[in-house]
Ligand binder design. Structure first.
Ligand SMILES: Nc1ncnc2c1ncn2[C@@H]1O[C@H](COP(=O)(O)OP(=O)(O)OP(=O)(O)O)[C@@H](O)[C@H]1O
Length: 274
């Protein structure tokens, strides 16, 4: 296992007895709200790589939004790094299925965007631009995009855009990386290439990662622990420690042990869908 040896060692992201209703509690009472998650308990350790899987619409993205302070629960508690989550969590970086790069900005300028918003970088950016540009260029190089900073998003392939979006999520040196189906729109080969990019990043930095995915192979290849959610309203049904030694090579995805875990998870999701 990697740096984070599980939740017990050093809890970092913690949701306890969390319920969330879109539209608010009053809307739920009136029958117009959606109870997305209910009694959701999950603890992720510092430095751990956690994956969350489950049936469509079970509340995986909601879990991500609650953990990062983009939504607030109607019940239960959410904390990150020991602090209750009461506003958007600054120490988190996020990447989603769509890279969402601004087409009129170069790749480098897209990477700089969070720095123009998040303090203390916002204050420092003007006088320390060269230092930040250097950081952005080092990040681009670390994902195989050295020299592409001056290209516009439309000059990059889908996989390259996703790499750039990952760099943008990391530019403010977050302690927590939240990935919501980041590779869903990519072809199988590009996706596997990016698994290795994320694997190496996690190995190198020890950052805590939470990955939401529909791809069970992706979850088993990358994660220390996998959480299976129930159908909506979502809660954690199963917690599976992967236990495959690191560093992991793509070859392990063809081994019987790996495929056994994938099948086991698939069984849990079929069950959850019922
Ligand atoms: N803004 C919203 N307003 C009302 N209902 C919402 C909103 N966002 C999500 N929901 C509902 O809450 C439930 C959980 O949504 P969420 O996006 O968290 O699920 P998910 O597991 O990420 O879905 P998927 O696997 O399809 O991406 C779903 O039934 C969804 O329709």
């Amino acid at each position: 296992m990697s740096a984070g040896q599980g939740a017990a060692a050093d809890p970092f992201v913690r949701l306890e007895g969390v319920s969330h209703v879109y539209g608010g509690a009053a809307a739920l009472k009136a029958g117009t709200g959606t109870l997305a998650v209910d009694g959701l308990d999950i603890t992720i350790g510092r430095g751990e790589f956690a994956a969350v899987v489950g049936p469509s619409g079970c509340g995986k993205s909601t879990l991500m939004k609650l953990a990062t302070g983009l939504q607030f629960p109607v019940g239960g508690t959410v904390s990150v790094a020991g602090e209750p989550v009461t506003k958007p969590v600054k120490i988190a970086g996020m990447a989603f299925q769509a890279p969402n790069l601004l087409p009129w900005r170069t790749t480098l300028d897209n990477l700089m965007l969070p720095l123009e918003v998040v303090e203390p970088h916002r204050r420092r950016l003007r006088w320390n631009k060269a230092e930040y540009v250097d950081r952005a260029e080092r990040l681009l190089a670390s994902v195989g995009l050295a020299g592409f900073g001056d290209k516009f998003p439309w000059q990059l392939s889908g996989g390259m855009q996703m790499r750039a979006a990952l760099c943008r999520a990391l530019i403010h040196e977050p302690q927590l990386l939240m990935l919501d189906e980041p590779f869903g729109a990519l072809d199988a080969f590009t996706r596997e290439e990016l698994w290795c990019v994320i694997r190496d990043l996690h190995q190198r930095t020890g950052i805590t990662v939470v990955l939401v995915t529909h791809d069970l192979r992706e979850a088993v290849f990358l994660a220390d622990r996998i959480f299976v959610m129930s159908a909506r309203p979502g809660r954690i049904l199963v917690e599976r420690t992967v236990g495959i030694a690191r560093p992991r090579d793509l070859e392990i995805t063809y081994t019987a042990g790996f495929q056994e875990i994938v099948h086991e998870l698939r069984g849990h999701i079929v069950e959850a869908r019922r």
